[in-house]
Design a protein around this ligand. Structure first.
Ligand SMILES: C[S@@+](CC[C@H](N)C(=O)[O-])C[C@H]1O[C@@H](n2cnc3c(N)ncnc32)[C@H](O)[C@@H]1O
Length: 221
């Protein structure tokens, strides 16, 4: 009975608060994907304009939605990432989102793509966005090419062949610095990977549902 009264009081208060907000024209901020990113300077404006043009021109192939792109930028910038590795460049949209962070952190992106047409489009996009000096695009099979990497990595972003996620994790985890992140897109399509990142005591993993299911894994210190 007491619980029922508390629940009803909570409901009434909630409705009253909602009405009060509406009368004052206050709205909760819309979800990230619905409100545009606002440029703080010319460099950022150029990247955002190129992202917008690429989307309008249909210069796309399975790219991250803007909501996930923004999350990538937030994670990379807040981590102060100096070295980001991406598997699956496609036409460069996620690379441009990450570059927004790297412009601020003074970092660099190494990105891998097997399809030469998409790699060419990505290169053109990076140039147009004014971030080509931050990006090294390595064309070919990433499973083979990542073995060339030797330096520590702050963030790995896995977004290539889904059945290859576990192999990418196994090859790159040793390079990720303690406290670094392994991000993986569309993780619902990579169950073996999910098992690996959720059963290791060295890793802490959460999942973001807004967009294509982004796995966010911390390599513990
Ligand atoms: C989902 S798309 C990447 C989207 C991109 N991250 C973005 O959001 O803009 C996956 C890309 O991975 C590439 N890919 C698939 N297998 C690969 C491999 N073994 N090595 C390198 N790239 C690969 C595909 O050609 C495709 O362009």
């Amino acid at each position: 009975m007491r619980l029922k009264r508390i629940a009803i009081a909570g409901l009434v208060l909630g409705l009253a608060f909602t009405g009060w907000c509406q009368r004052r024209g206050f709205r909760w901020p819309s979800r990230g994907s619905e409100s545009p990113s606002l440029a703080r300077n010319e460099a950022e404006k150029r990247v955002l304009a190129t992202l917008d043009q690429a989307q309008r021109a249909g210069d796309m192939y399975q790219n991250v939605p803007a909501s996930d792109g923004r999350l990538l930028r937030v994670l990379a910038e807040s981590a102060g990432a100096k070295s980001v590795v991406e598997l699956g460049t496609s036409t460069g949209l996620s690379g441009m989102w990450l570059s927004l962070a790297l412009l601020e952190t003074g970092g660099r992106l190494t990105t891998f793509e097997i399809d030469s047409g998409r790699a060419a489009t990505a290169r053109a996009n990076f140039k147009k966005a004014g971030v080509d000096h931050l990006v090294t695009l390595i064309e070919g099979d990433a499973h083979r090419n990542v073995t060339r990497l030797k330096d520590p990595v702050d963030i790995v972003f896995i977004d290539a062949d889904k059945d290859g996620y576990l192999d990418y994790l196994n090859k790159l985890l040793p390079l990720v610095r303690p406290g670094g992140l392994i991000l993986a897109h569309n993780v619902e399509m990579a169950p073996e990977y999910v098992r690996a990142v959720t059963t290791s005591p060295q890793l802490e993993t959460i999942f973001s549902g807004d967009g294509g299911g982004l796995g966010i894994t911390l390599k513990k210190r």
